[in-house]
Design a protein around this ligand. Sequence first.
Ligand code: ADE
Length: 223
Amino acid sequence: MKITILTLFPEMFAPLKESIIGRAVKEGKIELNIVNIRDYTEDKHLKCDDYPFGGGAGMVMMPQPIGSAIEAVDPEHRARRIYLSPKGRVFRQQMVFEFLEYEHLVLLCGHYEGVDQRVLDLFIDEEVSIGDYVLTGGELPAMVIADSVSRYVDGVLSAGSLVDESFSENLLEYPQYTRPVEYRGLTVPEVLRSGNHGKIDAWRREQALAVTKKCRPDLLKGE
Ligand code: ADE
């Protein structure tokens, strides 16, 4: 899986150098390509944004640097090209599996008041939002998508880690405990220390159902 991120702020992606994703990149399991849109501007002052036609607050990202960057990273339009935007389809676990079908994802991050509409009309396959709130740019959403997709790339996580997790089967995850057995008067449930795997599985399923009913009943109704 190759993930290309187009941004005016490449330094914002330092967190992807850490932990599980950082290791997967180092080991060559994921190819992560952070591209500075400014490297593609034809403006002699390296300008990438300008005032909106029609007036209004803020600046709009100009089409030329973005168009040239996209054509450079995906010349034959083989990638799935996604623009992060609050107007997009709301990101859910099911979409992770959709995105995994592509060998290459291009994630375009807007900033300021967004990008010129012609970029979307000419170069983008779909807009994706990570939720109903507005952020200062698409950089955090791009990291969310890169992280959630990368975990499913072969060899990034151990196979067992993906079996019981939240949202598989529309259930949230059961509670987890580690040592010590007692902490500030709270004890690890007896069943988890019983060694009886049948009983442990049944308890976890019951707990997953209860947590889902309490925190996200909409998931049980398949909404
Ligand atoms: N850009 C700004 N807010 C966003 C959101 N909620 N999702 C995706 N991209 C965004």
